[in-house]
Write a protein that binds this ligand. Structure first.
Ligand SMILES: Nc1ncnc2c1ncn2[C@@H]1O[C@H](COP(=O)(O)OS(=O)(=O)O)[C@@H](OP(=O)(O)O)[C@H]1O
Ligand SMILES: Nc1ncnc2c1ncn2[C@@H]1O[C@H](COP(=O)(O)OP(=O)(O)O)[C@@H](O)[C@H]1O
Length: 642
């Protein structure tokens, strides 16, 4: 702040005078995206404020606001409090912490920069992940008085997990330790020792003062013992992501198929890697079909070549199947195709991960269903590099990071995240709530799936059904324990038998004594229980049977999963809608009493949830209907069975 009075801080005057000229001036400069991370009070906001202010990216009205805010609530006496420039949200000001990712743009003579300011607080891992996913570099702030903290380590770990290869360790508040060289070097060495296995290509440590401006834009005389670059110089030296990507084999994920008329079929998307030219041999994945690039179209006309970072429309010389989500790649060096993977997952939702449940997995522009296994281990983010960094875990909670196996319902083209963010990074979406719950990185494909193929059989499911002279069905009873599922399913089966129908009743207690005797009543076990029963019911329906199942099946997601496994109309959801009080009153097996006495844990309706169907095909009310009436009602609804 020493020279604040004698310099005229103004936003680049060109912005106001001629915005086109301003943009033109910056157009051909490379763009570096970076994140800043640090603990609360490390001075992150002040540093970013300083970067913006010194690069004249602050607008005059903001400046006026800053002056009045500084006087009112600033923490820096009469000086401008740069943190106020960045901590824009009022909630932040009140709490004194940054609560979301803020993106800010500035430019200097050499480069344009987008900085994602990510919060330091422990529970905000997901915001850091959001900010880091597109960053080329990370600036990790450390308070010179405090040194490397647990949070610094966590941020460094997340940065490497998200594939950031260039890290700048900004040892801040050097003014408060009298610019002491030994303090700086001890912190630098401490961090380097911790991060030695992280594989950072560039690790630069810089002594700075965001508040005073030392070594932020210009090198400071106060640290004459330091010979390295200023922060901005270090940021100018980070290689741009695009440069790396261009050296890789060609890949483009198809965003949409442009078919304005019969004669034109173009595949539009962003070239994520490499270079493409007309005449190049390519492959469409996951099908593997080969083709040749006919032309490259853009809004401004055809191109002789397109490189990573450009959005184009490709036409192919041959007629091949290619649709949204497919990957067009260099023919001689295509990405892999697989449906089982090891992945690292960062859980970002309040609701814990449910192993066995199907989530939407979105990778590039493709969306498939993925089922996650329980984590192999969770990573102790507070101690990510040492021994003991792997923790046993059955699930992942908010901000938890784990390594696990997952399978997709269809093969997808992919690359390990370490090689390609575009083809290896994904998000997971809760199907019911349509909410993003996690992000992840594919590490590698599991080989085990590759040699297992579907065996085609000559007698198809239609033949089985025709021989039995009936339409297969899965009559899926769901409801609380003691609601009447088994009793009614049994009555329905008897009636169907009298009608000469071929049936099979899969009942909760029986299946749990055999096929599923390894499973208990945790959420994960119930999900697996229903998954297996769904698979068995499907096989039986393939064999032409009318299958009746009587399981609590408490979760909508798994009932929907079984519905989706079967041909349209074959799954009939029957909600045995008995109120909890009535089922509890019946208490056929004495389990409700035990549960109320606390002798039985995770009992449905007591301390484990039941999600009633929203639109069941059939609902039966066992208070008003007898068993026989309920059975007749169901049969009437499913007829005819041919
Ligand atoms: N904790 C707990 N919660 C619910 N039910 C329990 C529990 N412990 C044992 N039982 C008995 O197991 C039967 C339910 O098994 P399901 O396979 O139908 O359950 S689930 O669909 O996996 O939720 C259920 O049988 P029904 O009464 O026929 O529903 C119970 O008798
Ligand atoms: N209308 C009804 N429908 C079904 N069951 C009834 C009805 N009225 C009384 N019940 C009794 O409720 C109990 C239901 O138990 P069960 O069929 O084992 O339920 P679930 O399989 O859902 O746990 C049985 O004892 C049954 O006789």
């Amino acid at each position: 702040m020493a020279d604040a009075e004698d310099r005229t801080y103004r936003p680049d005057a060109l912005i106001a005078r001629d915005i086109d000229a301003y943009l033109e001036r910056h157009r051909d400069k490379g763009l570096l995206r970076f994140i800043t991370c640090g603990s609360v009070d490390d001075g992150k906001s002040t540093l970013i404020g300083r970067l913006l202010y010194d690069s004249r990216a602050v607008f005059e009205d903001q400046l006026g606001q800053l002056e009045s805010d500084s006087a009112r609530v600033g923490t820096q006496g009469q000086d401008l409090d740069f943190a106020l420039l960045v901590d824009g949200l009022s909630a932040e000001r009140e709490q004194g912490i940054t609560i979301d990712v803020a993106y800010r743009f500035f430019a200097n003579e050499k480069r344009k920069f987008i900085v994602a300011d990510t919060p330091g607080h422990e529970q905000y891992t997901r915001n850091m992940v959001t900010g880091a996913s597109t960053a080329d570099a990370a600036v990790l702030l450390v308070d010179a008085r405090k040194g490397v903290l647990v949070q610094t380590r966590r941020h460094a770990f997340l940065a490497q997990l998200l594939g950031i290869r260039h890290v700048i360790l900004a040892v801040n508040k050097m003014d408060l330790v009298d610019y002491d060289r030994a303090t700086f070097e001890a912190i630098r060495d401490d961090f380097a020792a911790f991060a030695k296995d992280f594989g950072f290509e560039g690790l630069t440590a810089i002594p700075i003062s965001g508040f005073r401006g030392d070594n932020v834009v210009e090198r400071s005389a106060a640290t004459d013992w330091y010979q390295g670059p200023s922060l901005v110089e270090a940021l100018e030296a980070v290689p741009l992501a695009g440069e790396d990507a261009q050296a890789r084999p060609f890949r483009m994920t198809v965003q949409w198929v442009n078919r304005p008329n019969q004669d034109f079929r173009g595949f539009a998307g962003l070239v994520s890697d490499g270079t493409v030219r007309p005449g190049d041999a390519v492959r469409v994945l996951p099908s593997g079909a080969q083709a040749t690039i006919e032309a490259i179209h853009t809004f401004d006309g055809p191109l002789e070549q397109a490189v990573a970072g450009q959005s184009v429309t490709l036409t192919l010389a041959e007629e091949v199947d290619c649709s949204r989500g497919d990957v067009i790649s260099a023919a001689d060096d295509p990405p892999q195709v697989a449906d089982q993977f090891e992945a690292s997952v960062v859980w970002m939702d309040q609701t814990a991960m449910k192993p066995g449940r199907g989530y939407w997995l979105k990778i590039g522009t493709r969306t498939v269903t993925a089922t996650l296994a329980a984590p192999k281990y969770e990573i102790d983010v507070n101690n990510p590099a040492g021994s003991g960094s792997r923790l046993a875990a059955k699930t992942l909670e908010l901000n938890g990071i784990g390594v696990l196996e997952l399978r997709t319902d269809r093969p997808i083209a992919f690359e390990p995240y370490a090689d390609s963010k575009a083809l290896g990074g994904f998000i997971l979406i809760d199907k019911e709530r349509d909410a993003t719950v996690a992000c992840g990185m594919l590490n590698f494909a599991l080989r085990r799936a590759q040699n297992v193929h579907w065996q085609p059989t000559d007698i198809a499911r239609e033949h089985h059904a025709a021989l039995k002279n009936q339409t297969p069905r899965v009559l899926w009873f769901t409801g609380l324990s003691g609601s009447g599922k088994s009793t009614i399913a049994n009555a329905v089966e008897k009636k169907l038998a009298l009608m000469n129908r071929h049936t099979f009743l899969l009942d909760g207690d029986n299946v749990r004594h055999g096929l599923n005797k390894d499973l208990g009543f945790t959420e994960a076990d119930r999900i697996e229980n229903i998954r297996r029963i769904g698979e068995v019911a499907k096989l039986m329906a393939d064999a032409g049977l009318i299958v009746l199942t009587a399981f609590i099946s408490p979760f909508r997601a798994e009932r929907k999963m079984v519905r989706d496994m079967l041909p349209e109309g074959e799954f009939v959801e029957i909600f045995v809608d008995t109120p909890l009080e009535v089922a509890e009153e019946r208490d056929v097996k004495g389990l409700y009493r035990k549960a109320r006495e606390g002798k039985l844990k995770n009992f449905t309706g007591i301390d484990s949830p039941y999600e009633p169907p929203e639109q069941p095909e059939i609902r039966v009310n066992t208070v008003d209907m007898s068993v026989d009436e309920a059975a007749d009602h169901i049969i009437a609804q499913i007829l005819p069975l041919k």
